[in-house]
Write a protein that binds this ligand. Structure first.
Ligand code: GLU
Length: 510
């Protein structure tokens, strides 16, 4: 297999939105393939029609796109191994199910869901759990116990049936996992006879997954830890189908844990603790419930990718910021750990801050513009850029730009009471009126010139700088926040500055 082209797949089921853990799986597959010049394939595993969710597949595709994880092959993208949606490959699977029955690795079972449910509840009443497999299959309604003729008759009569894998007895199935090393499962102790093919003519996950990995020439199966328990069945299926020589290698990625460190990060945690767990916003079509997304929360995809990369993988150095290109060069499964990784929402924001600060003022202004437009504000590009330059440092999200700089675009209509109490003195209106007169005489409305005029005037009057600057700030921004006061004057423009002082004096005096 050493000279073979690396081919990996991301194989989500469209049963809902992609969780950030799912995106991490996609990312690790992508990085693993790209580092070695391999192919990254998107395969939609939609054989379970009951769990189909409207819009989920589109959501998956859009999420990957937003993250910059572009598949080489996938639905609607072409490729030599399509179709890439399992529902469109339906015709392919039956022959393998038949082959397994023929070779004795599988059998046909006629037990109805109702009958199985009864076995289950009966077992529960005895404090046992029912499993269809070694120890029970001999007594049930399947082709192991009834004659070939009878099986044919039942099938001809249209009786619904499933194909089940016949788990060999008491065998230790050992397989190497790239992350976990050698893993052993005992067939009798932990494995039942899984359904491979259903009465609706569709394969189950297990059969479709193995058949497709084989037909699509997948070399490495990189997926979440929750699939580790399926590995022995999959390994046995490769043996049963006589595909052992080209069996892929397995790597099961560690869980992403809740911020408190215990338990898997779930979709509800985000709501409870105030952070997104989905890449994009998701509106549940059944309940209309809306789940927040990293994109809508204002995260940059670079930040999202960076934080995901470090959930389970480490570079072995102190470096924390990685671009996709760097990750592609550095990534290896050797540095993926077995134990779960705790998700830290504060760190997520910290990553965003970094990528926010990396953007140029022009880039941020471009992103800020639509935020302003949504609020009905149309401002010249140079002004937006100038505002960004002044407040950028205080922000970690584009939305912070509005929080930090709204007063550049909208004059204050109220004034922070505490500041008024503290800074607004009896002689303030008079001082501001005198200042206004002087400001009107400034020719070049630039921070430097305004400052010079202001300083000369203050010195002449012998007033304390703070006594005038603080009320002036209050007039212009409505409180005591904001960057350099003269820069604020410059950006607001002469007319607006004077107007704001006059309005404030009127309003605060009342
Ligand atoms: N369809 C499975 C899922 O939803 C794929 C698991 C695998 O990668 O084998 O995650």
């Amino acid at each position: 297999m050493s000279n073979q082209k690396i081919r990996v797949r991301f194989a989500p089921s469209p049963t809902g939105p992609l969780h950030m853990g799912g995106v991490r799986t996609a990312l690790f597959n992508y990085l693993f393939a790209k580092k070695q010049g391999g192919d990254f394939i998107l395969r939609i595993e939609d054989t379970d029609q009951n769990r189909f969710v409207q819009g989920a597949e589109e959501y998956i595709a859009e999420s990957l796109k937003w993250c910059g994880l572009h598949p080489d092959e996938g639905p609607g993208m072409g490729g030599n191994f399509g179709p890439y949606r399992q529902s469109e490959r339906k015709h392919l699977y039956k022959k393998y199910a038949d082959q397994l029955v023929k070779s004795g690795w599988a059998y046909i079972a006629f037990d109805t869901p109702k009958e199985i449910e009864k076995l289950r509840t009966d077992a529960e009443a005895n404090k046992e759990t029912f499993s269809y497999g070694i120890g029970t299959r001999e007594k049930l309604n399947n082709s192991l116990n009834i004659s070939e003729e009878e099986v044919q008759q039942k099938m001809a009569a249209g009786e619904p049936y499933v194909v089940r894998f016949k788990m060999p007895e008491d065998e230790d199935v050992t397989e190497n996992d790239i992350i976990r090393g050698s893993v052993t499962f005992n067939t009798t102790k932990s494995l039942d006879d899984k359904v491979l093919f259903k009465s609706d003519g569709m394969p189950t996950y297990h059969l479709a997954n193995v058949v497709d990995d084989h037909l699509m020439e997948i070399t490495h199966v990189i997926r979440g830890e929750e699939w580790l328990s399926s590995m022995p069945l999959h390994v046995l299926l490769y043996r049963a189908l006589d595909w052992e020589k080209t069996k892929p290698q397995f790597a099961h990625l560690p869980l992403i844990l809740k911020p408190q460190g215990k338990g898997k990060l779930s979709k509800r945690d985000g709501d409870k603790m105030g952070f997104p767990v989905f890449p994009l916003e998701w509106k549940d079509p059944a309940t209309n419930e809306v789940f927040r997304g990293y994109r809508e929360d204002g995260y940059f995809p670079e930040a999202f990718i960076n934080l995901l990369a470090l959930l389970g993988w480490n570079p072995g150095t102190e470096q924390e910021f990685f671009s996709m290109e760097e990750l592609t060069q550095l990534f290896s499964l050797d540095r993926v750990v077995k134990s779960g990784s705790r998700f830290n929402p504060e760190k997520a924001k910290w990553f965003n801050r970094h990528y926010f600060q990396q953007k140029t003022e022009e880039e941020l202004a471009q992103l800020f513009k639509p935020v302003l437009e949504k609020k009905g504000i149309v401002a010249p590009g140079e002004k937006i850029t100038a505002v960004v330059a002044e407040i950028k440092e205080r922000c970690e999200f584009v939305s912070d730009l509005w929080e930090q700089g709204s007063y550049f675009f909208v004059a204050p209509t109220s004034y922070d009471e505490k500041t008024v109490k503290k800074r607004w003195k009896d002689d303030t209106p008079e001082q501001l009126a005198a200042l206004t007169a002087v400001l009107k005489s400034v020719d070049t409305w630039k921070a430097e010139e305004i400052k010079e005029t202001f300083s000369a005037f203050m010195n002449e009057k012998g007033w304390g700088f703070g006594a005038v600057m603080n009320p002036l700030r209050l007039c212009l921004v409505g409180g005591n926040m904001g960057p350099d006061l003269f820069k604020i004057c410059e950006i607001l423009g002469k007319e607006e500055t004077i107007q704001r002082i006059e309005t404030a004096v009127k309003n605060i005096q009342n």
